[in-house]
Write a protein that binds this ligand. Sequence first.
Ligand SMILES: [Zn+2]
Length: 104
Amino acid sequence: MWKFVSNVWRFFSRLSSEMSHVCPVHCEPFKRESVPVRYGLIRYSDEYIAAKYAGFPWSASSVNGGCVVSPDSPTDRYVEYCEQCRANEAMWHEEHPSSTFKFE
Ligand SMILES: [Zn+2]
């Protein structure tokens, strides 16, 4: 019995590890690259947020660095991203050219 539990545990541990490097929406393995870090108060439109969660949650085309910037703040950072999410995000930007940010 203990050996069975151990094997099941090992199976799910390995599956979990492998799945963490796969886009949960598109089931594509993540790629890794450096992207720009954006600083300041960045507010996305509700339309963009809804589209991102539904169609491109792992596009990771940039990183939000927050509002505090110092001389040694990084200008870019490595991220994991999904190619299909990137493609979906690019298509969304083409169809909604000025809808990404919220201006109030
Ligand atoms: Zn994806």
